[in-house]
Design a protein around this ligand. Structure first.
Ligand code: CU
Length: 154
């Protein structure tokens, strides 16, 4: 019995080991109809390791991926600001979500249809490359109608 418990513990430890403490989850891309040149990618990065920094982001669907922040001016219009060298503190949950920080996929190579899944790779300064699957969601079911004007402002 003791032997079995040890094996179970080893299995649990294994499955929870993310290598560096960085975990990327809830990744999704907003659909891009024919003719669109940009799309927004959203995800969450949970850092259970030491302080780290995002070096670059790559996807198979665009030539460029930039980190942007949306700032709403007093007149209500949204403006996007490019962020460089985004750091993530130890214990931080960094969220990219509609109306705030997002990853802008620029020079799209293809049309993005709801339900499609693409592998996104984030390159961290200390933790190296981490990949996650991002699902494409349509405008109607992404649950953020209030902010759609901001994130589509490109
Ligand atoms: Cu943007």
């Amino acid at each position: 019995m003791k032997y079995l418990i040890i094996i179970l513990f080893a299995l649990i430890s294994c499955s929870q080991d993310t290598g560096s403490g960085i975990e990327i989850k809830n990744a999704w891309i907003r659909e891009a109809p024919p003719g669109a040149t940009v799309a927004a990618l959203y995800l969450e990065i949970n850092n259970n390791g030491g302080e780290d920094r995002i070096v670059s982001i790559n996807t198979p669907v665009s030539e460029i991926a930039e980190i942007h922040n949306t700032q709403v001016a007093p007149d209500g219009t949204g403006k996007m600001i490019k962020l460089e060298n985004v750091s993530i503190q130890s214990g931080e949950l960094l969220k990219f979500s509609p109306g705030g920080k997002h990853i802008m996929l620029i020079n799209l190579k293809k049309v993005l249809k709801p339900g499609e899944v693409y592998e996104v790779t984030v390159d961290f300064k200390n933790s190296g490359q981490k990949s996650v699957n991002a699902v494409v969601k349509g405008f109607s079911n992404s649950g953020d109608e209030n902010h759609s004007g901001h994130s589509m402002g490109h």
